[in-house]
Design a protein around this ligand. Structure first.
Ligand SMILES: Cc1cc2nc3c(=O)[nH]c(=O)nc-3n(C[C@H](O)[C@H](O)[C@H](O)COP(=O)(O)OP(=O)(O)OC[C@H]3O[C@@H](n4cnc5c(N)ncnc54)[C@H](O)[C@@H]3O)c2cc1C
Length: 415
């Protein structure tokens, strides 16, 4: 685990967002007094992404409100900030990072936290009015367009697509959501409860169509005009938001020798297998012992809590190994939330399409809570506007509780 790095005088953190910031802060709180360089492709100091599809998109918050730290905090941390420049390569022999501006940064240790980038449709045209949502710049652009748009089409009924749909609808737009799978939120919640959670959209007159095929996004004079479906229907649109998921931002590592497989492959301590190089957040795939012995224990997670925790753990393990101490495995039960209209959705654990589900509180046409189980074991817990029913299960999930233990806990919580 984590071969020795040699003297650690200069740590470079690539990716100036949540995981990267937490890595820098942890280096300092754990006593690292050497140089820290934080490299980020965006011009922005680290900011929070969840509000991009919620309060910031709705115009209730501005860009300053979502900064993760005040400007002076970066001086206090003693960071050398290299913002607005992308890392283009990692040379693990020479221990250097190449930058898009032609510069090169030497390192003794690295934390890679480059996150993820939106996927695009095959052959997606370049038309004004086609939007994606990952960055503050994307959100501000989409926000200004929603102010003028009448008809908004969202391609993809995942969490971010449905949050955008809710915000656009609340802004007064006519909203259509197109999903190829038979049910919304299928990847996160499975068929049955994905549909139940997304039913809030029908109650707010969002036209949510599942099992449809998008054949093209069409435009007139360089501007988007609509989305053509496989059956020939044209959904007229002023704005089209492509929300079909993200891919880990690892292209720049193609020649690095790091193992890349839908993310940077790490061991259980977030070590990449290359001396001094760790990864954290949306770009990292690691072995999470909480889910042993099943084969889904090697995972990549795209949630806020995971990125924050992993940034800290990767930095701590880099320091530990450099000091000749044992690194600590990152073992965690994934958690995320999503806000759509009046629903606050929370999920702890993992869900698969073939899980057994059991609604133990409320009713699926409003607020409810449900257990997800597999092979006699609890695997996840969902709450829709039932915050007190979700987190009590986190410890049970960490302890690999049985389905029967979970049913007992559910009964106790609802009695
Ligand atoms: C609109 C939206 C809403 C969300 N809502 C929720 C929510 O409600 N709940 C929840 O749990 N999670 C939510 N998430 C997910 C959460 O924000 C992410 O899991 C988290 O931001 C991941 O942090 P990260 O630091 O790993 O990566 P990111 O936040 O993606 O940051 C990576 C940074 O690295 C930079 N970068 C990429 N490549 C390079 C390079 N080659 N060189 C230098 N810099 C590079 C990027 O520009 C970016 O700034 C949401 C995400 C989005 C986009």
């Amino acid at each position: 685990m984590g071969a020795n790095t040699g003297p650690l005088d200069h740590v470079v953190v690539i990716g100036a967002s949540l995981a990267g910031l937490r890595a820098c802060e942890t280096l300092r709180t754990d006593g690292f007094a050497g140089r820290i360089t934080l490299v980020g492709a965006e011009d922005e100091v680290p900011y929070d992404r969840p509000p991009l599809s919620k309060k910031l998109l709705a115009g209730e918050w501005d860009g300053d409100r979502i900064r993760l730290r005040k400007p002076e905090a970066f001086d206090e941390l003693g960071l050398e900030l290299r913002l607005g420049v992308r890392a283009t390569g990692l040379d693990t022999e020479r221990r250097t990072i190449a930058l898009a501006d032609g510069g090169e940064v030497p390192y003794d240790g690295v934390v890679i936290a480059t996150g993820a980038a939106p996927r695009r449709l095959p052959g997606q045209p370049a038309l004004d009015g086609i939007c994606e949502l990952r960055t503050l710049a994307d959100a501000l652009d989409l926000r200004s367009r929603l102010g003028e748009a009448t008809r908004v089409t969202v391609i993809g009924a995942g969490f971010i697509g449905l949050e955008v749909a809710a915000t656009a609808r609340q802004a007064g737009c006519l909203v259509t959501v197109l999903e190829g799978a038979p049910s919304p939120l299928i990847r996160g919640l499975g068929v049955e409860l994905g549909a139940a959670v997304a039913s809030v959209h029908a109650r707010h007159d969002v036209d949510l169509r599942c099992g449809v095929q998008v054949s093209a996004i069409e435009g007139v004079d360089g501007r988007v005009a609509g989305v053509r479906l496989g059956d020939g229907t044209l959904i007229g649109s002023d704005v089209v938001v492509v929300g079909i998921g993200v891919s880990p931002a690892t292209d720049w590592l193609a020649d690095s020798g790091l193992e890349l497989r839908d993310g940077i492959v790490c061991d259980d301590t977030l070590w990449t297998g290359v001396p001094g190089v760790y990864a954290a957040g949306d770009c990292a795939r690691w072995h999470n012992h909480v889910f042993d012995p099943h084969d889904d224990a090697v995972m990549r997670v795209e949630h806020w809590t995971n990125a924050a925790e992993q940034g800290a753990v990767a930095a701590r393990n880099l320091l530990a190994v450099a000091a000749g101490s044992a690194p600590t495995p990152y073992e965690s039960v994934p958690f995320f939330w999503s806000d759509q209209f009046e629903s606050r959705i929370q999920f702890v654990g993992r869900a698969h399409g073939d899980d057994e589900v059991h609604v133990f509180a409320g009713s699926t046409d409003g607020s409810f809570a449900a257990l997800y189980g597999w092979q006699g074991r609890l695997r996840g817990v969902l709450g829709v506007s039932m915050p007190k029913m979700v987190m009590p299960f986190r410890a049970l999930l960490a302890a690999q509780a049985s389905w029967d233990e979970a049913l007992e806990k559910a009964a106790a919580l609802t009695s």
